[in-house]
Design a protein around this ligand. Structure first.
Ligand SMILES: *Cc1c(COP(=O)(O)O)cnc(C)c1O
Length: 416
């Protein structure tokens, strides 16, 4: 705070949560490479352990052991929480370990998860196959569903749960969905959930594609926001990590399970993420501007059959969700080339600036072919239903010079 002015996250990323006096005056936090921490006294050690074991909820008052937490991770958690205005955050060794730890912590035998579809393939598999082995079942609704359709699936989920002796444990969303870019109406989900009655199930949402800059789901009724920090937050395609931000009430049991399993991110990765978060607003802003320019060029190109870009939504309902929930269109979009796999591969192989790789949200532009790569194992019928066609190329625009990117796409399309 300066007077009554609350400082913005972009400012706070440079120093929040770190006191140089505690580290020999080092302006930047050192990387704390230690497996364990010395207690000031036996009584303090006992007090710290009360926080670790859950005797007192909310985490430990002091550092104990690096499977539970460390200075780099704690600073990172404090800063990550700021972006979503969350009560707190937890960081993990990957996006998937954040998701798996969350799901295992909140779901019991007999419980039901209701989720939007499609989800990131590994998440969908974890819910459908791994959790099924522990007696947790699921129902889903399509990402673009309206409130009535969402309410009907939630009611079915609640009935199914009580028949199985469980509860509706979690409403799990991903918006925009990958690779369709379909948006979920978070406000409609929250309204439908609140109208159900009984103990409300938490709403968790994977915000990897638009967060933390362009969509802040906690303000629209979500309880927990999920990140693959590997993507825009890390932003340099040089680390793998995950994060959860939200209310203590839902994150306390997740922290307990993370303490047991050790799915926390390591100190070196946490330090790299502290550096990344200093530039996340700059990087995302530039890549968003670049994507807008690139898509404006691609839109009218004779070899382009269409674009799935949030800055050019045709469907009025999707446009309405975008207007209520999003402050930017992101930099990850779908490009439909006229033709099929042959034409798409020719385009991908001809790219000179953009790299041919899966993943997204890095400083460099990446391009991939979902049908042949990330979604290769998805059955054909499901692919058709999701619109994952052979002429779909997935692009994540980076922070290069936008005219260089346009020149690259121009010559690659000429090669088709
Ligand atoms: C990449 C990704 C994940 C998984 O994250 P990892 O860091 O690779 O484990 C989850 N959800 C979405 C939307 C992703 O893009």
């Amino acid at each position: 705070m300066i007077g009554d002015r609350a400082l913005r996250p972009a400012t706070l990323m440079m120093g929040y949560g770190y006191d140089p006096v505690l580290s020999e005056g080092a302006l930047k936090p050192p990387i704390f490479l230690t497996s364990t921490f010395a207690f000031p006294s036996a009584a303090e050690g006992k007090r710290f352990f009360e926080g670790i074991t859950g005797k007192r909820p909310g985490g430990a008052d002091g550092l104990v052991y690096s499977r539970f937490n460390g200075p780099n991770q704690e600073i990172l958690e404090d800063r990550l929480a700021l972006w979503d205005g969350a009560e707190e955050a937890l960081v993990f060794s990957s996006g998937m370990s954040a998701i798996a730890t969350l799901l295992l912590a909140l779901c019991d035998k007999g419980d039901v998860i209701v989720h939007s579809g499609p989800l990131y393939a590994a998440t969908e598999g974890f819910i459908a196959r791994t959790l099924a082995r522990f007696g947790v079942t699921y129902l889903d609704f399509p990402a673009g569903a309206d409130r009535a359709e969402i309410a009907a699936v939630l009611a079915r989920g609640q009935a199914m749960a009580s028949a199985q002796g469980g509860k509706l444990a979690l409403i799990y969303l991903e918006s925009p969905a990958n690779p369709t870019n379909a948006l979920v109406d978070i406000e409609a989900v929250a309204a439908a959930r609140d109208a159900l009655g009984g103990e409300p199930a938490p709403i968790a949402i994977d915000n990897t594609f638009l967060g933390p800059l362009w969509q802040q789901p906690l303000h629209h009724g979500a309880d927990v926001v999920i990140y693959s920090l590997t993507k825009y937050a890390g932003g340099h395609s040089d680390l793998v990590a995950g994060g959860l931000s939200g209310a203590k009430r839902w994150l306390d049991p997740v922290r307990m399970l993370r303490n047991t399993m050790g799915t926390i991110c390591d100190p070196n990765t946490a330090w790299m993420l502290l550096r990344s978060l200093e530039t996340v607003e700059l990087r995302m802003t530039r890549s968003g501007e670049n994507a807008a320019k690139v898509c404006a060029y691609l839109r009218d190109h004779p070899k382009v059959a269409g674009l799935g870009y949030l800055g050019m939504i045709a469907d009025p309902r999707q446009q309405d969700i975008f207007a209520r929930h999003c402050t930017g269109a992101g930099s990850t979009f779908s490009l439909f080339i006229k033709g099929g796999e042959t034409e798409s591969f020719r385009f991908l192989d001809a790219l000179k600036v953009a790299k041919l790789a899966v993943s997204l949200g890095g400083t460099e532009t990446l391009a991939s072919h979902p049908a042949a790569m990330t979604h290769l194992s998805v059955p054909d019928a499901r692919k058709a239903q999701l619109g994952i066609t052979d002429n779909l190329v997935r692009i994540s625009v980076g922070i290069e010079d936008p005219d260089d990117l346009i020149a690259d796409f121009e010559q690659a399309l000429a090669a088709v």
